[in-house]
Write a protein that binds this ligand. Sequence first.
Ligand code: GDP
Length: 485
Amino acid sequence: FSDLVEEAWLSARALKDYSENIFNPTVRLGVTGLSRAGKTVFITALVHGLCRGGRFPIFESMSTGRIATARLAPQPDDAVPRFAYETFLATLIEQRQWPSSTVDISELRLVIDYQRKNGAERTLTLDIVDYPGEWLLDLPLLNKSYEQWATESLALSRQDPRARVAREWHAHLATLDPNGRENEQETLTAARLFTTYLRNCRNEQFAMSLLPPGRFLMPGNLAGSPALTFAPLDVPIDGTPPERSLWAMMRRRFEAYKDVVVRPFFRDHFARLDRQIVLADALSAFNAGPEALQDLEAALAGILDCFRVGRSSLLATMFRPRIDRILFAATKADHLHHSSHDRLEAILRKLVERAMQRAEFAGATVDVVALAAVRATREAQVQRGRDRLPSIVGTPIKGEMAEGEVFDGETEVATFPGDLPTNLQGLFKGEDTFRGLAAGPHQDADFRFLRFRPPRLATHDPEGPALPHIRLDRTLQFLIGDKLQ
Ligand code: GDP
């Protein structure tokens, strides 16, 4: 019965969304990606570019002057935090520092006044919804029992390179008796060690991406709640726990996690998106090695799965997605010379294609782009012996190190970023070509994957400084260009 009520309520909401859309055309744009992918920087740069009028030659409605104004307006959802645009922008421009990253869902509404191609004056409302990509990876949990999830998570954690970071958690797990009496302290410790394991998998060395439950890494406002305090136990996949056992307690919390965390997110937020951009820090995955790249691919397949939920599926009535365009973006392309941007795009395309095959994806239009929402570097040719190397110049963040030198956060340096491999097949097998970026033929050049400060901007413009970018205009054209025709 409650399913029927929920379905009726969802239908009513869909109708309301639909009718509002007729009088007030609205696009709900989802921005997601795993932690540190670049969501906060992307949204800040995008909103600034639209409001101030950025240099966007490929974003047709803006470059031809059809956009009159874009301004912020109060957001529609009272229960969702507002994206702290003004603070983030000030950090970026005035302090020349990167803003703090996404840890929860947030929202921002932009109203764009524009002229249609036929001359008519129109308004488009753009609702930007920022949410951690980790949350999307929770969707498969809805179809899993606690025992299935625990078995799979344990199997994964026993493979290298994960096994190495799972040692402490595994050692504690070995002391637990799933059939023993439920015990809050044991559960807390298990959840803590399991979360540390998940987090360590994500550190720079491994850069592992596929790690549900997503809220363990990105708890949002639920940190510390019982629905987030559980962990896998070594139990049979088709077993049933004795009453009041540790196993029963873990199982109950796993079910609570699905009910109070996963389901509401998909129903109330995800299902209402019209367009989606998925940001990926493919360069970091590169640097970490072939396992990280395979893992990223698996995460992309997992994310694509969410967009695929069809009518036939059990979940369909609850959150049939209406997204009709998805853009996958490799961020931070400013770490590469422009000669490598197309290659980065090609690599991402390959990853996405493989992920699409895995997820048997069909439906929405999918494209890929290599972008830098904020370009922190410029290009130069640097003489190295007899070679002139295509290099990038930027200000490394204070404390970054290369070749024994520690940077002060003020001095500019030129680095040779390395070439991306051309042989894409070799990428996934870990052949030598893969190492092109980290240690190619110019291994002795001063390559390191340095993090740079945001750029110094020319401030004499009366409209305030424009943020330099790479292919942000192409991104906008794909995401909303057709809505501004
Ligand atoms: P989020 O976790 O997805 O919100 O990621 P952020 O937007 O906070 O980005 C994480 C970090 O990536 C930032 O602190 C920057 O160091 C870096 N970053 C993000 N976008 C760019 C970019 O366009 N260019 C450069 N050079 N670095 C970026």
